[in-house]
Design a protein around this ligand. Structure first.
Ligand code: BGC
Length: 446
């Protein structure tokens, strides 16, 4: 009888996640809080044409007004960790001047989370800078890493004892391409001079890493510090593009994470030759950043393909014909998620991974439930088949929010936000799917 019971419970057991697995939802300050008036994004939103339909973040998802309610929503969902970002421009609205009230707000948010039994994962920088920082050169400033460290020191002083997971930067490659390449983010410098800001960001991260660890050590506290990297398999169905695929993969996905492992940043620099600017392989030694990553934060949404059209080769997120896509036309591709884990295993075999974002734009909730299940299954596969040490999974997002240059139309929330109605929240059916997974720590019932 006992044997039979064991046998019957095996499939369920096989779909369970390790004890202590961190089920999580993620948001970012500027996208949900509202009134982020001292930020460079706020200024950028005033420029005609910068944001689709001329929208502005305004009250965003009214999170500051509804923080209690949001913590309750998370508790009811069975969330163990909440990943959110603290807004630099609120805390330091003018260079060197810190706003005590803003600190109090985040202290209260951390208190509410503690009361609800939810661990915080704090993102220090999620795409947004104070206006004074950007106006004075931003990530091209010579002293940018020290300016960042001054802010982190203040953060740590007030919040350090309550935070176990820090994400210094969210998606540095997206920040660099958006801000200094394609220009869809501030400071909208479309000159593709990414080298200097990339180095400054890496150095800023390393300084923050060392400071956070030094202080935690003084207190006898264990913390983990990492970044959230935008990772996606890059492929092409054209054989001739094998090399460009490999370059794109190494630069877009792995050059920054690997630089933190090796202390060497490998990428491309423009070189003038025969009157033309050519991409030239380059490497720079940055010994001070070596070994400054405790976990690999993985943001995965979809795969990307290199396609050649008459105009120019480009990276495409839209799926090949016949495959399903979200409302942003990003292909739904759980297999791609598994590929990311395989690559992560090859580059960082012994490092813990944390899925810091995964989700889709789906206002009518047509796919979100299935998306959630199918992607969580791939994590289970990565744990069981690859022996990956995955510590947690954050769904992007708890709420509909301000989707950067796209404005408000893409809806990523497990909870729908009624923007016109003061931010009332309404659970989408997929929130129930999340609740079942989070509370049972398994996907057995699907
Ligand atoms: C970013 C989020 C964003 C999400 C969906 C990620 O790249 O970290 O801020 O909302 O993707 O586009």
């Amino acid at each position: 009888m006992k044997l039979l019971m064991l046998f019957l419970s095996l499939p369920a057991f096989a779909q369970s996640f390790p004890k202590g697995f961190q089920w999580c939802v993620a948001t970012a300050g500027h996208q949900v809080e509202g009134d982020n008036v001292h930020s460079d994004w706020w200024a950028f939103e005033q420029i005609p044409g910068a944001i689709k339909n001329g929208e502005r973040s305004g009250k965003a998802s009214f999170h500051m007004d509804r923080v209690r309610e949001d913590v309750k929503l998370m508790k009811d969902l069975g969330v163990k960790t909440y990943r959110f970002s603290i807004e630099w421009s609120r805390l330091e609205p003018r260079e060197g001047e810190f706003d005590t009230k803003a600190f109090d707000y985040y202290a209260e948010e951390l208190r509410l989370l503690k009361e609800a039994g939810i661990a915080p994962m704090v993102t220090i920088h999620h795409f947004v800078q104070p206006q004074w920082f950007s106006a004075s050169g931003g990530w091209n400033r010579e002293d940018a890493p020290d300016v960042f460290l001054r802010y982190v020191t203040k953060l740590e002083e007030r919040f350090g004892p309550r935070v176990g997971y820090w994400v210094t930067f969210n998606e540095p490659t997206v920040l660099l391409i958006g801000g200094y390449g394609e220009g869809f983010f501030p400071p909208a410098q479309k000159n593709w001079k990414l080298w200097k800001p990339a180095i400054q960001i890496l150095k800023a991260h390393a300084k923050a890493y060392r400071h956070l660890h030094a202080k935690a050590k003084e207190r006898g506290q264990t913390i983990k510090v990492g970044l959230a990297h935008h990772l996606r398999p890059i492929s092409s169905n054209q054989f001739l593009l094998k090399r460009p695929v490999a370059y794109a993969d190494s630069i877009l996905n792995w050059s920054l994470p690997l630089a933190l492992k090796t202390g060497v940043l490998k990428a491309f620099q423009k070189k003038e030759l025969l009157g033309l600017g050519w991409p030239w392989p380059a490497r720079i030694e940055l010994p001070e950043i070596k070994g400054t990553q405790d976990f690999l934060g993985i943001n995965y949404y979809t795969r990307e393909d290199i396609r050649v059209q008459l105009k120019k080769p480009h990276l495409a997120r839209d799926p090949f014909p016949g495959l399903e896509a979200s409302e942003l036309n990003w292909g739904l591709d759980p297999e791609g998620f598994f590929e990311v884990f395989k690559q992560a295993k090859a580059h960082f075999p012994d490092m813990p991974y944390f899925v810091t974002e995964n989700g889709l734009a789906d206002a009518k909730d047509r796919w979100r439930g299935r998306y959630l299940i199918s992607h969580v299954k791939q994590i289970h596969r990565a744990i069981t088949e690859l022996g990956a040490n995955v510590e947690g999974y954050c769904h992007w997002s708890l709420l509909d929010n301000f989707e950067w240059h796209e404005g408000f139309w893409p809806r990523f929330g497990l909870f729908e936000v009624d923007y016109a109605g003061g931010g009332t929240r309404k659970a989408r059916p997929s929130a129930e799917v999340a609740r079942r997974i989070f509370k049972s720590n398994s996907i057995s019932s699907f």
